[in-house]
Design a protein around this ligand. Structure first.
Ligand code: SAM
Ligand code: SF4
Length: 324
């Protein structure tokens, strides 16, 4: 078991399979960003499989593939297939912008990916383009294809930003109601230059909750694997909406996760710099036991919480480096 010094059990690994992306969401990956990892440093599929097996041996049960945009990594379906087969891995999920999901949904579903989180910040093509630098239509098509291929649950993640898309919260609810999707609202985090620039649009989600309560009946809902979100059922319908409030009400006390970058850095907290480079171990013939010991040692240094309030400009790596 992986227990940290604050009594938290680490059972969830977010694995970034690339730090590249076909989008440029302004709050995540600024257009000026050039500091991408070099291909020689990317963990290979074999290295990923071996590393995840070590985490699984230590009690990690859930792996999420993320990025950058995971679907731009060549062979992502093979990576998924191998992880899904590892003893101890009970759940394999994916975070995606869905731009390439039409192409990949079936093979990912066959590979063992079931749960999907999809970023969708606007249903207006022009605004979507302003936020992401890309087009909305392939994303909507990707969502439809994922549903057709039986992936479930599919959660839509909307980063709510004042003056940008806060006027679209209700239309996003209607869209998710119509398409039987779960919807989660997220507060901006000051991670990297993009996240710090987006801080001027930061909106505490309590404001959205209050606004929605005037229009809808929101009954507290329980969701499996709810993680950091607080969920509500809308008007006794099938629609469940969640609020993820890393800034206004942090949920670090229940943190059960760590992250691995495409180049094999084990990051202990999204909002801190503590990390351990695992690639040198993987490439120097270290035994499984040595790798597991190194992981245990790192978990013993997991920070108690993020410092977004105290040090809002401390994290310079973009969110795309660790996948949220
Ligand atoms: N490309 C995939 C996607 O967009 O879902 C996976 C990686 S993306 C970094 C994961 C999540 O992080 C997305 O839901 C995205 O909206 C969120 N995110 C990125 N930058 C953020 C920021 N500064 N504050 C809050 N959420 C952010
Ligand atoms: Fe790419 Fe996801 Fe970041 Fe948008 S949020 S730039 S889709 S990694």
């Amino acid at each position: 078991m992986l227990n940290d010094p604050f009594g938290r059990r680490i059972e969830y690994l977010r694995l970034s399979v690339t730090d590249r992306c076909d989008f440029r969401c302004f709050y995540c990956l600024p257009r000026s960003h050039r500091d991408f990892e070099m291909p020689d440093d990317w963990l290979t599929t074999d290295e990923i499989e071996r590393l995840v097996a070590q985490f699984a041996a230590l009690g990690v049960k859930h792996v999420r593939l993320t990025g950058g945009e995971p679907l731009v990594r060549k062979g992502v379906d093979e990576i998924a297939r191998r992880i899904a087969k590892l003893p101890g891995i009970e759940e394999l999920s994916l975070s995606t912008n869905a731009s390439r999901l039409s192409q990949f949904a079936e093979q990912l579903s066959r590979a063992g990916v079931s749960r999907l989180n999809i970023s969708l910040d606007s249903l207006n093509d022009e605004k979507f383009h302003d936020i992401t630098g890309s087009r909305l239509q392939p994303v909507l098509a990707g969502i439809a294809r994922a549903q057709a291929s039986g992936m479930s649950p599919i959660k839509i993640n909307m980063v709510v930003m004042r003056g940008i898309n806060d006027d679209e919260v209700e239309s996003m609810i209607e869209y998710c109601l119509e398409h039987h999707l779960t919807l989660r609202f997220i507060e901006t985090m000051p991670v990297g230059q993009g996240g710090q620039a987006a801080s001027e649009h930061y909106m505490p989600l309590a404001e959205i909750e209050e606004r929605l309560k005037k229009r809808y009946r929101l009954g507290v809902a329980a969701m499996r694997g709810s993680g950091p979100a607080r969920y509500f059922r809308v008007d006794d319908s099938n629609l469940v909406i969640g609020f993820i409030t890393p800034q206004s009400q942090h949920f670090c006390d229940t943190c059960n996760r760590v992250r691995v970058s495409v180049s094999g850095d084990l990051h202990l907290c999204l909002g801190q710099e503590e990390k351990l480079e695992l690639r040198p171990l993987l490439r120097s013939g270290a035994t499984d036991e040595t790798i597991q010991q190194a992981i245990r040692g790192a978990i013993a240094r997991k920070p108690q919480r993020h410092n977004f309030h105290e040090a809002p400009t401390a994290i310079i790596r973009p969110m795309s480096a660790l996948g949220g």
